[in-house]
Design a protein around this ligand. Sequence first.
Ligand code: PA5
Length: 415
Amino acid sequence: MKDAINIDYALSAELIENIKKDPMGDWFDIPDNHSKEELQKIKEVAEKVRNESDYLVCIGIGGSYLGARAIYEALDLSETAKCKLLFAGNSMSSRALKKVLKKIEGKDFSINVISKSGTTLEPAIAFRVLKQALIDKYGEEGAKKRIVATTDPETGALHDEAKKNGYETFEIPFGVGGRYSVLTAVGLFPLAVAGCNIDKLLEGARNCKDTQLNLNALENSMLVSYAFSRFYLYDECGCDTEVLASFEPNLMYFNEWWKQLFGESEGKNHQGIFPASVIYSTDLHSLGQYMQEGRRNIFETFIKLSPEKDPLTVPDLKDDSDGLAYVEGKAFTEITDKALEATIKAHDAGGISTFTIEVLDSESESGISELSLGFLIFFFETACAMSSMLHGVNPFDQPGVEKYKKEMFHLLGKE
Ligand code: PA5
């Protein structure tokens, strides 16, 4: 692909400079310049929460939610966390919120309410309900000590409430928008509570920046190649849908984070590549049919994880009447690798362009480590910002999201 499209490296350097100069481009600096004091505070408050709570309920939506959830699930932290994370305020479903209330019944819990604007309805109403649950259990003053607010440093209802009640707070810098905020306290604090190594996440992002965005070596950058190739496929080949694909169910929320990042950044002015996702092999038995033979307006990006250290194997049974002799003794990972290879081959033959991003993390139990996740997050954030600029749209605003809110507030009678 790289050879076919003739990438304009001077333009890619210009786009990187544009990101740096943009008032909403401060996330680009985070891997190198994260404040040491804030990281220390994140770790200290996380330790306190971990010691006094069975659960930390993270309240937030969109960019104030998906990054932490993506990493929590990808690393399988619910298996090891002393204080587990629960997620609330990411929908308006009373049923979903009741499930969270049921989980925390009789348990010790704290709350991390995350909202940059401090006025988003979903987290705000969930916060009311959960604040009431905290007060019922720990009293007014006890409740205040169990709330951590992550919000704008100067304005907004949540900022004001936190200040008035003396909640512990973390700031979301002005120049970092929601979907680019996972490497700020938005993602780092809850992940630190759950036992994630947040220094490694930042190191991974730094590795990405150093290796992929070195202005003197952009010709070797897979990131630049990805950003330009996807735009080429859209602009020249009519591919207006990108499907992020992997064979690991733990990456389901990573896919959700990725879709939000690209969808909210690129989909403007009737432009943009529609971001979709699949988890194979589950989806080979559903969307796989469309991928193979449906409309040819799709390209596919695979994330391939490292092989598992100690995978299950197909048992060697005396009775072979199930016809499985050909896979007997084989590791599930070997079978998965063959399925991935076969899928790429079949989709390629069916007219789908594919990219493969291979994660090499032999040490990690979950097939992906903090280091690799930090790398991937920064990789996709930067590729997304560059790609949006190629489409001629602002990667950092979301005017379309405001439209439904206006209608909804009107219907609900908000002044
Ligand atoms: O990426 C974005 O900017 C959005 O998805 C926001 O994160 C989301 O709407 C939540 O906003 P807030 O953090 O202000 O509650």
